[in-house]
Ligand binder design. Structure first.
Ligand SMILES: Cc1ncc(COP(=O)(O)O)c(C=O)c1O
Length: 381
């Protein structure tokens, strides 16, 4: 990986010149090359006799390897799942929780990392501790204060999905270890931009959707499983995760044994090689660019967006907790609808989350996209 700063990667995507897509937190445009490899895999399904039993395993191993490299894990620590909610459900099914315990989550956390915990506390008679956004001080400090000896599980994102408020996961992980709490993370809105290593930050489970900052397809997500949970219970009982499933002639030699590592947690029919090929191609591109360089490029754009918002007296995600790639700009209530409509009219794409305009650039964006955003906002503020 080079240390030369990245230039715009606009030509690798298919964005028309009159579109300013500042909404990667919603769904990334795909790399042209990812779509080409996915299409070629889809075409193979016209002729299933060209698909061998090996094709049910080798591409998935390549994908596991690419994702593992991104978080400093081993390929065998990675399960391939269809969604973050599926991954979090596996975590919830494999972490002990007693009636006197509690689970720490953030307020307005993305639902895929919330409903499984609400259900678990209902079943066990325990409780959820919802940590509100701070008025003063940092959200990390407020979370750390709530992780005590009765906190069995801490379930958090890396950044808040509505405005990129960033948590200090290292500090939270250390507090979890000291208090005996399991740590479960949803890194959908940060991995691919903010570096994360399971060697540096101890964690029990990490679930990540691929279709945002990993530039992958919908329907394919990842679950990192700490080796201490590799003997856990999958939430479905398919054939692929069982020992010896490579030999299709002996699938009814039923067995209680599983494939090694986290593979037992793979979802059924994870063998959709069009999705796998597209996701692998995108991950390899991200590994090649390097998250440090991606972070640097996006950090400059987000700093420019924040400075522009500040000049207009608009509040943003606090500087000290701001993610390098995702920013919430607070708007006056009566301006939200007209600004959203004007931006859409001019093909500047962002999201509205609550009273905030969520702006999420990527490597296909440049300063001119930021300038267009504020030109249109100025006409409507
Ligand atoms: C933080 C976060 N997690 C997860 C998801 C997607 O969840 P799932 O894969 O369960 O649909 C999103 C989508 O917006 C998200 O923002």
């Amino acid at each position: 990986m080079s240390s030369i700063p990245l230039a715009s990667q606009h030509e690798l995507f298919d964005l028309p010149s009159d579109v300013s897509y500042l909404n990667c937190a919603y769904q990334s445009p795909k790399l042209r090359r990812s779509i080409a490899v996915a299409e070629s895999e889809l075409h193979r399904t016209l002729r299933p006799w060209t698909i061998s039993s090996g094709d049910f395993f080798a591409p998935a191993e390549k994908l596991r390897d690419a994702f593992a490299r991104l978080i400093d894990a081993e390929p065998g620590d990675i399960a391939i799942v269809p969604s973050v909610s599926y991954g979090i459900t596996i975590a919830a099914a494999n972490l002990p929780l007693d009636a006197g315990d509690h689970i720490v989550v953030l307020s307005e956390q993305f639902p895929s990392n919330r409903y499984a915990w609400s259900e678990l506390v209902r079943q066990t008679g325990s409780r959820l501790t919802v940590v509100d956004r701070p008025v003063e001080g940092t959200w990390t400090d407020r979370i750390v204060d709530q992780i005590d000896d009765t906190c069995a599980i801490t379930a958090l994102p890396g950044v808040h999905w509505t405005d990129g408020y960033r948590l200090d996961l290292d500090t939270i992980s250390k507090k979890c270890r000291a208090s005996g709490s399991a740590l479960v993370l949803d890194l959908t809105q940060s991995l691919g931009v903010i570096p994360f290593s399971v060697r540096e930050t101890e964690v029990d489970f990490v679930s990540v959707a691929s279709y945002k900052w990993l530039l992958g397809p919908l329907g394919l997500s990842f679950l990192y499983v700490n080796p201490k949970h590799h003997q856990g219970q999958p939430i479905e009982h398919g054939w692929l995760g069982r020992h010896g499933s490579e030999d299709f002639s002996r699938l009814v030699d039923y067995t209680d044994r599983y494939q090694p590592g986290a593979r037992r947690f793979d979802a059924g029919e994870r063998t959709n090689n069009a999705l796998i090929a597209g996701a692998t191609c995108a991950l390899e591109q991200i590994l090649d660019w390097g998250t440090d360089r991606i972070q640097h490029y996006l950090g400059e754009l987000v700093a420019r967006i924040a400075a522009n918002a500040g000049q207009r007296g608009l509040n943003c995600t606090p500087t000290e907790a701001r993610a390098p790639h995702l920013l919430g700009i607070e708007l006056p209530a009566d301006k939200i609808a007209p600004i959203a409509a004007a931006l859409a009219e001019e093909k500047v794409y962002v999201s509205i989350r609550g009273n905030k305009l969520r702006v999420a650039p990527y490597l296909y964006n440049s300063r001119s996209d930021v300038d267009r955003l504020f030109e249109i906002m100025d006409r409507n503020l």
